[in-house]
Design a protein around this ligand. Structure first.
Ligand SMILES: Nc1ncnc2c1ncn2[C@@H]1O[C@H](COP(=O)(O)OP(=O)(O)OP(=O)(O)O)[C@@H](O)[C@H]1O
Ligand SMILES: [Mg+2]
Length: 323
């Protein structure tokens, strides 16, 4: 569904280039929930922007590309970076981070829905008929159609987030990108939003790409996930496998720091800080914090490769079992 082919992107700033996405190479499949995890500032949102093709100054793609391809209603489609925006709403949609603030507070929700449905997808309907379809869809999602007459500021945070998810999924796109959709919401509302996203993915059998720094969210709902560190994936595989048997030292430390029910052992954080992205270390970007780092780790960038079937990692200390 989405092929990310050796993609590198950076922000051009007066202090130099901030290399935020570095040689990212992986695929996201049809009919899966793919999670992207990693600590704040590691480039999750920037990667999502490149998938959605919002490449605006100061962000630039330095090399590589994203290909979105698949089939909708029997019609094959394929778009590359630079043309993916032609497929917005219809094949791919995006719930940005802090999405609640992207709704225009002084425009009623019904106008915001109408603006997001291209004319050619209205099948010669009147606005009233399109809004009836929207109202029916909201009801299916358990939302009151009355919200269409409301201004965004009249809704609670959770309700606004649900409305945005409804907006992003109304055209049943093949891919939905959601950036931290539950951050800043209380746990009960968080759960409701996650359940809604899961139900929609099951209903449409499409692809959901979910960015979250919260490992608990990934554990609950993603099928596969990638762990980002300083602009690249360090490990990628089935979520269950990553939690049960993390293979990259960073993932091991990350999973080891998570509290578990019944486990009374003292948890330790990962010492140090991620490197500055303007001047990253020459070898593995995790080497300065890695207890197992060797001289090679400090000088040669490890390749991101398949270690076990379906399991990828970038670490000199791991020997690929897959030829
Ligand atoms: N417009 C910009 N100009 C320069 N640097 C930027 C810009 N936007 C983001 N960055 C830098 O790029 C890096 C990655 O940012 P990004 O928002 O992708 O991280 P993130 O993983 O989504 O973080 P968070 O978990 O906090 O949302 C950060 O170091 C950030 O400071
Ligand atoms: Mg972010």
């Amino acid at each position: 569904m989405l092929k990310i082919d050796h993609l590198s992107a950076s922000y051009k700033t007066i202090d130099g280039n901030v290399h935020v996405v570095k040689d990212v190479n992986f695929e996201i499949y049809d009919n899966e929930i793919f999670g992207i995890a990693g600590e704040s500032g590691c480039g999750k949102s920037t990667l999502l922007k490149t998938l959605y093709d919002i490449i605006e100054f100061p962000l630039e793609i330095d090399s590589g590309k994203v290909v979105l391809s698949g089939e909708k209603n029997g019609k094959p489609f394929s778009y590359e970076s630079g043309e993916i925006r032609k497929s917005w709403w219809n094949h791919i949609s995006y719930v940005p981070q802090a999405a609640q603030s992207v709704l225009n507070p002084i425009v009623r929700l019904k106008s915001q829905f109408l603006d997001s449905i291209p004319k050619e997808d209205r099948h010669n309907e009147t606005e009233q008929q399109t809004l009836q379809r929207v109202a029916k869809y909201l009801e299916e999602l358990g939302l009151s159609p009355d919200i269409l007459d409301a201004f965004p500021f009249q809704l609670s945070g959770g309700m606004r987030q649900r409305a945005i998810i409804a907006l992003a999924t109304f055209m049943s796109p093949n891919v939905v990108l959601a950036d931290e959709p539950t951050t800043a919401l209380d746990v009960v509302v968080q759960r409701g939003i996650l359940m809604m996203l899961m139900r929609l993915q099951r209903q449409f059998k499409n692809t959901l790409v979910l960015v979250s720094h919260d490992m608990g969210v990934h554990y609950q709902i993603t099928n596969r996930m990638g762990i980002m560190y300083s602009g690249s994936f360090v490990e990628l595989g089935k979520t269950e496998d990553i939690f049960n048997d993390p293979i990259h030292p960073y993932t091991q430390m990350l999973i080891g720091a998570l509290p578990r029910v019944g486990d009374k052992s003292q948890k330790v954080g990962i010492p140090g800080r991620p490197p500055a992205l303007t001047n990253p270390p020459p070898g593995c970007r995790f080497a300065p914090r890695c207890p197992k780092a060797t001289d090679k780790c400090r000088s040669v960038v490890p390749e991101f490769c398949e270690i076990k079937p379906g399991r990828y990692a970038a670490c000199h200390l791991l020997k690929p079992e897959v030829k």
